[in-house]
Design a protein around this ligand. Structure first.
Ligand code: TEU
Ligand code: CA
Length: 539
């Protein structure tokens, strides 16, 4: 299991510019992150996923890389990074690096060369097409809005970009591109990173003949031919094989799909270790039936060596406390419920920074404070479509991803202890912070800490199968089992109390692991769960 350390691990996503500013410029950096490693150790996590930290003009905050071999100046120096890695490893914390293989920044020298002339040796490194009737070669839309094709005056061709026009898609059919990226991976593996989170990895191959994407009844484009194309698995397999030449390296893929039958194609065996299960993680409502149905599918449709991931927030989506809690008085209870699910259901959990203290989403009254390219593009497109300011801001808030990227809240000081100066994004909810919650046994932080500890203590929780998995009256319950050890988890998704029939499961020898000292199983035929409450019981 040594090489498969990740099967037991709890991961923690750090959005690099937002975790801790160590040099007082309002932007998070490696000095800052290193200073918080003891905090992460105390929380109990085993692995960090760092969002891109390579040199970048940061149009998309680092998902537009201009030098794969350098640390972005805003985040520090190579020495800062090496020290961070060393200190993380000293604490037995693994580090995985987010790598963007699908596209580079338009400022990358490869693209600069590619666009310099049609006969440039790097021309074929990107995807260039002639205009069709003086228009883009097809109807493909960028995921940030607008056409996915940008015209280059000098050479009279369009280049393809699935995301911003400054994020230019590489041509993975070109062998040199592949080799160049293998070298990049080799470099970071040599530095000692423990694996990669591979960005939009199902985008590496588009259809060879570039047909128009279909448009649905609502006029929305269905992204059919620009991802998940024939042959993609072979490329991914090569990437994986290459990385696995070094033992103990972990690969998690971001496969942009909410369909389990698509996600499942990409993981297990010689492919990615795991992929993000957006089928569960992106759910917009706290609906026990939907949650249950995805958990069930993840159990039944995955093959033996396929393992799901569990997450409910990321830098691309609203935080789950805001999504499910919607600012109500119950939101913290809901966050606690989700935490129990994260740490006890089957799968590799990923905590998004700040979720462990219940940071809420940021809202913008003025577009000037927004930084996210997706939000800003949505705003511009709304304006172009003739929408008024108020409506444009509403749309920008809806589409924008800055909402979950606000600075980590460490204490009660003016910028929440993130920085001494005004941070690059405003703080969202200063009274919610680490300082207040650490040591308070009732806090969300302590709740996470206890659950992580519990998960490590009982192999059934990180390595067990489901002996049972059910949903009834908005209660999800399951039994995880490993080598005879059985753990029952009951999650009340109701905003009201509910009686759960314990007698069917627990016996005299059962012990309540969570909440502590609460229920006396022995004498209780049913237990009364409070709104959104959960129990974890060793049977
Ligand atoms: O995300 C890809 C992705 O699927 C989302 O960006 C999604 O398409 C978008 O948010 C629409 O809602 C990855 C990164 O996680 C994201 O931050 C990057 O912007 C993107 O790739 C491009 O590199
Ligand atoms: Ca800084």
């Amino acid at each position: 299991m040594e090489n498969q350390w990740w099967k037991k691990a709890v991961f923690y996503e750090i959005y690099v510019p937002s975790f801790c500013d160590g040099n007082g410029d309002g932007i998070g950096d490696f000095i800052g992150i290193t200073s918080k490693l003891d905090y992460l150790k105390e929380l109990g996590i085993d692995g960090i996923w760092l969002t891109p930290f390579y040199r970048s003009p940061k149009v998309d905050n680092g998902y537009d890389i201009s030098d794969y071999y350098a640390i972005d100046e805003d985040y520090g120096t190579m020495e800062d990074f090496e020290r961070f890695l060393l200190e993380a490893h000293k604490r037995d914390i693994k580090v995985i690096a987010d790598l963007v293989l699908n596209h580079t920044s338009s400022e990358h020298p490869w693209f600069q060369q590619s666009k310099s002339a049609k006969n440039s040796p790097k021309r074929d490194w990107y995807i260039w097409k002639d205009p069709v009737d003086s228009r883009p070669p097809n109807n493909w839309e960028s995921f940030f809005g607008g056409s996915a094709w940008e015209y280059d005056d000098k050479t009279g061709q369009y280049y393809y970009h699935a995301f911003a026009k400054s994020q230019v898609d590489l041509n993975w059919k070109n062998e040199e591109v592949k080799q160049a990226m293998f070298s990049v991976m080799e470099f970071w593996l040599q530095k000692g990173v423990d694996g990669f989170r591979l960005d939009v990895i199902n985008f590496l191959k588009t259809s060879d003949d570039f047909p128009d994407n279909p448009i649905d009844e609502k006029g929305k484009q269905n992204h059919v031919y620009d991802k998940d194309q024939e042959g993609i698995l072979k490329t991914i397999e090569q990437i994986c094989t290459n990385v696995r030449n070094k033992p103990g390296k972990f690969l998690v893929g971001e496969v942009g799909s909410e369909e389990l039958h698509i996600l499942k194609k990409y993981c297990g065996g010689s492919l990615l270790d795991v992929v993000f299960n957006f089928n569960l993680g992106s759910k917009k409502e706290l609906d026990s039936k939907q949650f249950f149905s995805e958990l069930k599918k993840m159990d039944e449709e995955y093959e033996n060596d396929q393992i799901p991931t569990l997450f409910f927030s990321s830098h691309d989506m609203p935080r789950h406390i805001s999504r499910f809690g919607k600012g109500t008085a119950d939101q913290e209870k809901i966050a606690k419920l989700i935490a129990v699910l994260l740490m006890t259901a089957k799968g590799v959990p990923f905590i998004y920074y700040g979720d462990e203290i219940g940071m809420i989403d940021l809202h913008f009254d003025n577009v000037k404070n927004m930084r996210d390219v997706q939000g800003l593009t949505a705003y511009e497109l709304a304006k172009e479509a003739g929408k008024g300011e108020e409506e444009a801001i509403r749309i920008a808030n809806e589409e924008g991803r800055d909402k979950s990227r606000s600075p980590m809240q460490w204490d009660d000081s003016i910028y929440a202890g993130f920085s001494d100066v005004k941070p690059w994004l405003p703080v969202s909810s200063p009274s919610v912070n680490v300082k207040r919650q650490k040591g308070d046994p009732k806090s969300l932080f302590s709740h996470y800490q206890n659950l992580i500890r519990l998960r490590k203590q009982f192999p059934a929780l990180y390595d067990g199968r489901y002996r049972l998995l059910e949903e009834k009256d908005r209660v999800i319950y399951y039994i995880r089992e490993k080598d005879g050890e059985q753990i029952l988890v009951v999650l009340n998704f109701n905003d009201k109390p509910i009686a759960f029939p314990m007698k069917d499961f627990a016996s005299k020898t059962s012990t309540v692991l969570y909440p502590e000292n609460k229920y006396e199983i022995e004498n209780e035929p049913t237990i009364n769960l409070k709104p959104y409450e959960s129990v974890v019981i060793r049977l």
